[in-house]
Ligand binder design. Structure first.
Ligand code: WTA
Length: 659
């Protein structure tokens, strides 16, 4: 986050009271009620979570114990002995409880006229059909299925179909490259891949299946590839491997009666890859009972989802936000979830507001980067539309700077709607720190308080809680049902990454401070992870992509403050001895990284450097590189360990030449 943002947050003093008018039927109605729930959860955490699990979900078999956990050993189990099925909870049970004809998913395609509405009954039929297709292809309980798809309803169907038969899905964001897809498929050894011919994006058709063909050249585990016809482009289909979704689903021989597999609470539900500070992305594993309880619980309390709401989360289902808050949370509650295929600025920068008006959206959940980019387009775009249906606004992905918060509040919220700034991570499964819309007084830029039952704290290097307004490590000191249960195939990495530094606590990797009123202000990552438009990118990943190019000898990547994206990628590159710096090479390296990882990893700036600042033991001093990238020319702190202090001046000169 930029220095100016941090400063503006440090002197942010405004407080906005929650709306009083509508709170009578809210799930949590006041700060007193919030505090009562917190005390109840602190006194008896297991009782608290057991009650939520039983209230929110249907269990085929009740659980025998609530929690068996040893955080130090990275061994966490919730609701052992309990059996349930996610598709049953998200679909089947609603059919007999008055929601059969209720819209489960409202899908707005990128073309304005492409709208599909699926009632719970229709969703049931689609999901059963596809589950039967997967089963007919030999997919069994525990098998992995990778999904590499645009934001089309079939993505939700495929996720739910997997859960129905107990297969473990692994969604790979469609913006990732063939190489990234390949790495993820290889890591989880998926048996089936589901994809589409192409993605519609800002009026263009972006091919997808060709990435798949490239990726599958080295994915021996994949037996079948199922392709949705989305864009109607001609694509090669490999005989024996590639199959069309519509043909499979229409097969008259298909036995589309597909009962729900009874899953153990701790059976894996999905794997989702996310970037860390070292090595390749890790496959975060979530399990069945705890995750679904937590997704439903947080959707209900944080968004105050009511039965007649139209709820819209603008994330892509390829990220955890889409998993928990487009698909699992809202559907478990029998809600109506809007799913949008397009982008906020196409065909014009009022696309979101147009959709809000068109479907009378009540709850709207987006990212600060979206707010900032739409803010730049001017308020006139917001004023063309009737936004009066809205009642709760949400934010996720990075700290929301007070300026964007105020714009969101004033122009989208008409100066009166609560904004829930929700802090959480792929690993946490659901929201951890957030205001409750009808209870919490808000401070722009603060995620406010931990949810009841969540023991989040800011601690020093020894694990002791810090004083008010002192920065520290954001940790969670008690297990919660939605927490990750592993890093796929790597228990040691799981333990080391999250549970090693602070004994008995979960380490988030974020820095934060708590102010004198107990409000938490998340400051961003403390590790080598860059947050680009709310997407996590490991510096190590981008570096290894760069050094894989023959012209590159060495690369160091850091985050640089960016007005819209929050942070962008700044790469320092040392070339191989016989290579010359040139604009062509710079462009080539950008294209190279896009191809290796995906467009979100494209370096904003590439600075060629003769040398990098290193300690005498050869460690790159990123702290200095971050400062230079953000335009600082002095105050580098202690540089006495540098082996060659001269590199700093050279790097500053190089930086100035670039701007
Ligand atoms: C950041 C996305 C401040 C944080 C749900 C975290 C936030 C990372 C917020 C997780 C917020 C997310 N305020 N920072 N409201 N929400 N972050 O795994 O650095 O894609 O560690 O999960 O995003 O990103 P992830």
């Amino acid at each position: 986050m930029s220095q100016t943002n941090i400063e503006s947050m440090l002197d942010e003093k405004r407080v906005f009271e929650p709306p009083f008018a509508r709170r009578d039927n809210a799930h949590v109605r006041s700060m007193e009620q919030y505090r009562e729930l917190c005390s109840r959860a602190d006194e008896d955490p297991e009782g608290f979570w057991a009650e939520r699990a039983v209230k929110l979900l249907d269990w085929f078999r009740p659980f025998d114990s609530v929690l068996d956990a040893d955080m130090q050993q990275a061994d966490i189990r919730w609701f052992s002995g309990g059996r349930l099925n996610v598709a049953y909870n998200c679909i089947d049970r609603h059919l007999t409880r008055g929601r059969r004809n209720k819209a489960a998913i409202i899908w707005q395609g990128e073309p304005e006229e492409d709208v599909r509405v699926y009632t719970y009954q229709m969703l049931h039929d689609e999901v059963c059909r596809f589950a039967a297709v997967l089963r007919s292809l030999g997919v069994k309980k525990g098998d992995r299925v990778s999904l590499y798809m645009p934001m089309i309803p079939e993505l939700a169907f495929a996720m739910l179909a997997c859960t129905r038969i107990g297969a473990v899905h692994s969604v790979v964001f469609a913006g990732f490259s063939a190489v990234s897809l390949q790495n993820r498929i290889q890591d989880c050894e998926a048996k089936v891949l589901v994809t589409a011919d192409a993605v519609l994006r800002a009026g263009r058709r972006i091919p997808l299946k060709n990435n798949v063909d490239e990726a599958l050249r080295q994915c021996p585990s994949v037996e079948k590839c199922i392709v949705v016809r989305r864009a109607g482009v001609d694509i090669p289909m490999e005989a024996g491997r590639d199959l069309w979704w519509d043909e499979l689903a229409a097969d008259p021989e298909l036995d589309a009666v597909c009962p729900c597999e009874e899953m153990e609470s701790e059976d894996p539900l999905f794997i989702l890859y996310t970037s860390g500070s070292t090595g390749r992305p890790k496959g975060v594993v979530h399990t069945t009972g705890g995750y679904l309880t937590y997704a439903a619980h947080t959707t209900q309390w944080v968004f105050d989802l009511q039965d007649d709401d139209v709820y819209w989360c603008t994330a892509d289902a390829g990220w955890i936000t889409g998993h928990s808050y487009i698909v699992y949370g809202p559907l478990a509650l029998g809600g109506t979830s809007l799913m949008f295929e397009g982008v906020p600025t196409w065909p014009s920068p009022d696309r979101f507001w147009h959709i809000v008006q068109k479907f009378r959206v009540n709850i709207f959940y987006t990212a600060p980067t979206v707010v900032r980019s739409l803010m730049r387009e001017g308020v006139e775009w917001t004023q063309k539309h009737d936004l009066s249906s809205l009642r709760v606004l949400g934010s996720v992905g990075e700290p929301i700077n007070p300026e964007a918060w105020m714009w969101y509040h004033n122009y989208i919220g008409g100066g009166k709607l609560p904004i829930v700034d929700t802090w959480w991570q792929t690993e946490t499964g659901g929201i951890m720190i957030s205001a409750l819309p009808y209870a919490t007084p808000l401070k722009p830029g603060s995620a406010t308080f931990p949810l009841p039952g969540i023991d989040a704290a800011v601690v020093d290097a020894e694990g002791n809680a810090v004083e008010a307004n002192q920065g520290g490590y954001l940790v969670v000191r008690r297990p919660w049902p939605g927490m990750l249960r592993g890093v796929y195939g790597d228990p040691e990495r799981f333990r080391q990454t999250y549970f090693e530094r602070f004994a008995g606590m979960y380490e988030s990797g974020d820095g934060a401070r708590v102010d004198e009123d107990g409000y938490i202000w998340v400051m961003g990552r403390l590790d080598d992870v860059i947050n680009v438009s709310g997407h996590r990118m490991g510096t190590a990943e981008v570096e290894s992509a760069l050094v894989a190019h023959p012209a590159v000898a060495e690369a160091a990547v850091v985050g640089m403050p960016h007005a819209v994206k929050g942070e962008s990628i700044y790469a320092y590159v040392t070339l191989a001895a016989d290579e010359d710096e040139s604009e062509e090479l710079r462009a080539e390296l950008r294209t190279w990284v896009r191809k290796e990882i995906g467009p979100i990893a494209t370096p904003e700036v590439i600075q060629f450097a003769d040398g990098l600042p290193k300690t005498r033991s050869g460690k790159i001093m990123r702290r200095i590189l971050r400062k230079i990238a953000s335009g600082e020319t002095s105050e580098f702190g202690d540089t006495s360990t540098l082996s060659d202090p001269g590199v700093i001046t050279d790097l500053i000169d190089g930086r100035l030449e670039l701007t």
